[in-house]
Design a protein around this ligand. Structure first.
Ligand code: AMP
Ligand code: MG
Length: 317
């Protein structure tokens, strides 16, 4: 394993690894991804193995451009066209009918595939250099916090990955928003593109998975996006002083007294900033040997929806 700065020669080297069936961690604007050739079931199998991800949880396929999209999906309905026009390249994943060339392992047996065109220049350079769509979930062990820096990937999965490209911290720090188009537009996962702007393009999205083409929910059962330290969502002001000394606190805007460790997500109350620091801050708090992490809820509008979805899962609710 090597962590290499994402220079053009190292990107070319990573592309070689990918073309030979290897697995490479690389930066995207959402979080760091663990990539493999999306057409190679053996390479994709290594991604599942490294992440210890259950095979019923399908991967997101990353494409460079429309031509590459055409190699992966069978058709692009009108609503999808509109969303592509407005949000790609970017942090929106669309679930579309797949071509037979996409292996069942990648889609967990579904006739649909989740695809996204990333905007991150290094992710794009890697896609351009391999000339292959890359199946890439977040580069973390299944269920754990997503990585927003190369050092997180190195710490968590370093021993089992062929190569890690270091491109600095991820801009959004939060996974992509996932939208399915059939049988009707539905939000499968809140994420870095806020739901309100998507609905402004194509109208109201159904919530949850009822009646959808797949039964797979993002991070379906139980705990997900979770640190190893127990985490609870709680009004920090209501926590008795006696419960603070060995715990950490993650506040939204205002600092609180008496905790062993404290982080404030956004003093100005900016939900985009809070999203960008969320996983990074939790990685840090998780490394401090705290008894517990108390997290203050954020307002559930805009990116607050995606943040709260992650925090509820992390709390195991
Ligand atoms: P990530 O772990 O960020 O790569 O996100 C992968 C998630 O995308 C999965 O957990 C699924 O919820 C979702 N997903 C991927 N493929 C599909 C699909 N064909 N249909 C529905 N959801 C999908
Ligand atoms: Mg993930």
């Amino acid at each position: 394993m090597a962590v290499l700065p994402a220079t053009p020669p190292n990107i070319a080297r990573a592309a070689g690894v990918l073309r030979n069936g290897g697995v490479v961690a690389f930066p995207t604007e959402t979080v760091y991804g663990l990539g493999a050739n999306a057409f190679d079931p053996r390479a994709a199998a290594r991604v599942f193995e490294i992440k210890q991800r259950p095979c019923f949880d399908p991967l997101i396929v990353h494409v460079l451009d429309r031509a590459m999209l055409g190699r992966v999906v069978a058709e692009v309905p009108d609503d999808a066209e509109r969303l592509i026009e407005r949000f790609w390249p970017g942090a929106l994943t669309l679930v579309l009918r797949k071509r037979p060339a996409v292996p069942d392992l990648v889609t967990a047996g579904s006739a649909t595939v989740a695809v996204r065109m990333p905007s991150h220049p290094i992710a794009r350079a890697l896609l351009a250099s391999t000339e292959l769509p890359l199946a890439a979930p977040s580069a973390n062990p299944f269920g754990y916090l997503s990585p927003t820096r190369a050092v997180h990937v190195e710490r968590l999965l370093g021993a089992s990955i062929d190569l890690i490209l270091d491109g600095g911290p991820s801009e959004h720090g939060l996974e992509s928003t996932i939208v399915a188009l059939e049988p009707r537009p539905a939000l499968l996962r809140a994420g870095a593109v806020d739901v309100e702007s998507i609905e402004a393009e194509i109208g109201t999205l159904a919530r949850g998975l009822e009646g959808q083409a797949t039964t797979i929910a993002p991070g379906q059962a139980g705990q997900h996006y979770a640190p190893r330290t127990p985490l609870r969502l709680i009004d920090l002001a209501a926590v008795p002083a006696g419960q603070r000394a060995r715990a950490g606190a993650l506040a939204f805007r205002e600092p609180v007294e008496g905790y062993a460790a404290l982080a404030v997500l956004s003093p100005s109350g900016d939900l985009r900033e809070a999203a960008a620091y969320l996983f990074e801050t939790l990685h840090d708090l998780d490394s401090r040997g705290l008894e517990r992490i108390d997290v203050e809820p954020v307002p559930e509008r805009g990116l607050g929806l995606a943040i709260m979805e992650r925090l509820r899962r992390a709390a195991g609710k």
